[in-house]
Design a protein around this ligand. Structure first.
Ligand code: KIV
Length: 277
């Protein structure tokens, strides 16, 4: 069954958890879709996972459209959300609407996600008024890494927790249909989830959220370097890849690959004739 905004709101009301995973290419999107994930996020985390940057800041609209197109082709039933990259919406409302429109029109996404609270409510309102569903993103918002001074848990003090809660109420009021809560204390996320009518999707925000999202590379053991505390490895694909690559190198080098079963044949008489010429 095709997942929509309405499906996710219904899931919040019935208490059925929403599942979201990132994907950045056709093949992975197709597998996630076949497995029944509710929503696929083409996260700007692709800057790190696909393009090898240290942060999400260098990601461009062209990068996002390129990967969103591929994911959209692989997602039959999953609801595709595309991230708006750094400086594609912070500048002004006009840029926000135009760039959100490109992710829908050219990328084939069904919704866009952008980071921030009160300061981006005007943008959220204008995008929603253009009939584009918006997912907000609060807590640790990676595009603000320089302002935060690193990737760290947010909302641990009264003032910051209150600000995140107030921002959540504001983005709901502005028309966002869901919000990602990243890296905030579980009890704060649970309070926000109870107060909001729209679904909360947590990453490092505990089980009180209405749904969960994980970065594909983290949950499949493909992340190199630092893995965040909240990133559970559900299946070690990194190990599977390594085994496959090493076996391939060994078999090519020792001559076991390609064998008869992976080789095409031709009538010997043709070869003999060719050799006589
Ligand atoms: O870019 C991304 O993958 C995200 C998730 C961390 C929610 O925004």
């Amino acid at each position: 069954m095709k997942n929509t905004v309405a499906t996710m709101l219904k899931q919040k009301q019935s208490g059925e958890k929403i599942t979201m995973l990132t994907a950045y290419d056709y093949t992975t999107a197709r597998i996630e879709d076949e497995c029944g994930v509710n929503s696929i996020l083409v996260g700007d985390s692709l800057g790190m996972t696909m393009l090898g940057y240290d942060t999400t800041l260098p990601v461009t609209m062209e990068d996002m459209i390129h990967h969103t197109k591929a994911v959209s082709r692989g997602a039959e039933n999953a609801f595709v959300v595309a991230d708006m990259p750094f400086m594609s919406y912070q500048t002004n409302v006009y840029d926000a609407v135009v760039n959100a429109g490109r992710l829908i029109k050219e990328g084939g996404a069904s919704a866009v996600k952008l980071e921030g609270g009160a300061e981006v409510c005007e943008q959220i309102r204008a995008i929603v008024d253009s009939s584009i569903p918006v997912v907000a993103h609060l807590g640790l918002t990676p595009q603000s890494v320089n302002a935060f001074g690193g990737f760290r848990v947010q909302g641990k003090t009264y003032d910051r927790a209150k600000q995140i809660l107030e921002d959540a109420m504001k983005i709901q009021e502005a028309g966002a249909f869901a919000v990602v809560l990243e890296c905030i204390p579980a009890k704060l996320a649970a309070v926000i989830s109870r107060k909001l009518l729209i679904p909360t999707i947590g990453i490092g925000a505990g089980k009180g959220c209405d749904g969960q999202v994980l970065v594909l590379q983290d949950m499949l053991g493909l992340t190199t370097g630092h893995t965040p505390k909240f990133a559970k490895v559900f299946s070690d694909a990194g190990e599977t890849f390594r085994k496959g690559f090493k076996a391939y190198i060994e078999e090519v080098q020792n001559g076991n690959f390609p064998s008869e079963e992976h080789t095409f044949t031709i009538d010997d008489s043709i070869i003999e004739k060719l050799q006589e010429e």
